[in-house]
Design a protein around this ligand. Structure first.
Ligand code: NAD
Length: 495
């Protein structure tokens, strides 16, 4: 489809921003709404229900009733599998609609909404659906006089709170394993991008997920999100978002019913390129692509680049040569690879970080300005800073925008030390042809994922999550099931 057709579809699009509670689309009980504004051009797309604690209560009550009557939990896993496979197919069948919604709502290029976000969401639903009828319990190796069975049971009512940077993918990482296990789910999408979550819940119903098993309550984080995290009848809260909010979420668990709380938080990932890197061009491509992709709004973006001094100038020259390709463009143009920043607030925050980098003495080597301002939307150029010192704000804080900071090193131990000198520990990378060095550095880096000579390794089969203040949970892979299951032991006297 060409740019004009996407724009025409965008104009014709009617947004339904009502919540989905108990199998029905509904307004917030107070009737309150907030405007959904497209960052592409500042246009109002429609209104979204501004749910509050009353709506969350209603969603929790209906989700609890659905869990207690076992309408979903008691289905044989093979049946839940077939529903999730149908759900995944429906996502694929609605690829263009979902991709357009995602792009209009949060500004990412339509190219990637279609090629990345929709297929990844469908694959996630499919993968957990396919897995669920292959999970066995255990029989413990006890003595002859007893039988001890170890089984997994759904934890009950799961609250999921997700961010705006990959709205559908982040939602699917939570809802797919939680639903596969038989839980009831209440999803609170970000107020900055709620539309695809609501459409996903409709498709789930159409696929056969029973009413009340999957509910969506859009609204402000400090109101609807806090009400969900503080709720006494929510058994588990799965959160993805900033470290700042994650700290609150953990407190809410303690202030309420000690629900299980899983956090997947921010990052400031280091990327170490040694002079013996086997393919400098590949390293440059990965260093820039991974930071500028999704407008830099990726938790795992390797935004701190450490390059060995002897290759630093050549590396930077090659990186600067990549930057014209990343100039922001119209997100509805299928050729665009860098779109709009999610909203004005985030755009201003990114620009403030760029100003602080300049003020603190980092060298602005490329970009650094807003772009496409006449569009009415929010765009920032791909930005590259050199001579970044470890104590600068741009080296320490998550910017969540297209800003790459480069510093150099001469001794690998020093690079490891600086890489680890961060409150975050989501991902990290090292580029070297020396196998022993690669393993040594990979072991020394304190991060949930370490890449060696690549940065794009990504698959639903592999856990995703961080060390330190990047959170305690792991999304993706079979490990994610552990978050949404209780482990039950049943002792049976057989004497
Ligand atoms: P955020 O913390 O502002 O918001 C995340 C979600 O929490 C939103 O739905 C928001 O409404 C809600 N929220 C806000 N305040 C709340 C409160 N007091 N109580 C309950 N809920 C509340 O984060 P964001 O700006 O939406 O997302 C960006 C952040 O997410 C970045 O830090 C990024 O690194 C992180 N992220 C992490 C991962 C991961 O897997 N580790 C993935 C994607 C994004």
């Amino acid at each position: 489809m060409n740019k004009e057709t996407w724009h025409q579809r965008a104009q014709e699009f009617k947004v339904d921003g009502r919540a989905l509670i108990g199998g029905k689309r509904c307004h917030a009980l107070t009737g309150a709404v907030f405007d959904s504004i497209s960052p592409i051009d500042g246009r109002k797309l429609g209104e979204v229900a501004r749910c509050d604690a009353q709506d969350v209560d209603a969603a929790v009550a209906t989700a609890r009733a659905a869990f207690d009557d076992r309408r979903w939990a008691s289905l044989p896993p093979a049946k839940r599998k077939s529903v999730l496979l149908e759900f995944a197919d429906l996502v694929r069948n609605h690829a263009e609609e979902l991709a357009l919604l995602e792009t209009l709502d949060m500004g990412k290029p339509i190219k990637y909404s279609l090629a990345v976000d929709v297929p990844a969401t469908a694959r996630c639903l499919q993968w957990y659906g396919e897995a669920i009828d292959k999970i066995y319990g255990e029989v413990a190796p006890t003595g002859d006089d007893a039988l001890a069975l170890i089984s997994h049971e759904p934890v009950g009512v799961v609250g999921a709170i997700v961010p705006w940077n990959y709205p559908m993918i982040m939602a699917s990482w939570k809802i797919a394993p939680a639903l596969a296990l038989g839980n009831s789910v209440i999803l609170k999408p970000s107020e900055k991008a709620s539309l695809t979550a609501l459409r996903l819940a409709e498709l789930a119903l159409e696929a056969g997920v029973p009413e009340s098993v999957f509910n969506v309550v859009p609204g402000d984080g400090s109101v609807a999100g806090a009400a969900l995290a503080l709720h006494h009848d929510v058994d588990c809260l799965a959160f993805t978002g900033s470290t700042r909010t994650g700290k609150l979420i953990v407190q809410y668990g303690g202030q309420s019913n000690l629900k299980r709380v899983w956090t997947e938080l921010g990052g400031k990932s280091p990327n170490i390129v040694c002079a013996d890197c086997p393919d400098i061009d590949a390293a440059v491509r990965a260093a820039t692509t991974s930071v500028y992709f999704n407008q830099g709004e990726s938790c795992n973006a390797p935004s701190r680049l450490f390059v060995e001094t002897s290759i630093k100038d050549a590396f930077i020259e090659k990186a600067l040569a990549m930057m014209p390709a990343w100039q922001p463009g119209d997100p509805l143009d299928p050729d665009t690879i860098m779109g709009a920043i999610v909203d004005r607030v985030q755009c201003e925050s990114v620009m403030a970080y760029i100003e602080s980098g300049k003020r603190e003495g980092a060298r602005l080597l490329g970009g650094g300005r807003r772009a496409r301002e006449d569009s009415g939307g929010y765009y920032v150029e791909p930005t590259l800073f050199g001579d970044v010192a470890p104590d600068m704000k741009i080296a320490r804080e998550e910017i969540f925008g297209p800003v790459l900071s480069v510093s150099s090193f001469t001794v690998i131990e020093r690079a490891i030390q600086e890489a680890n000198d961060s409150p975050y520990g989501l991902q990290a990378a090292v580029w070297t042809a020396d196998l022993r060095k690669a393993h040594r550095v990979a072991r020394a880096l304190r991060a949930g994922t370490v890449h060696v000579n690549q940065y794009d390794g990504d698959d639903i089969t592999v856990p995703f999550g961080g060390y330190k203040q990047s959170g305690n949970g792991r999304d993706k892979s079979l490990h994610a099931f552990d978050k949404y299951a209780e482990l039950k032991t049943t002792w049976i006297n057989i004497t």
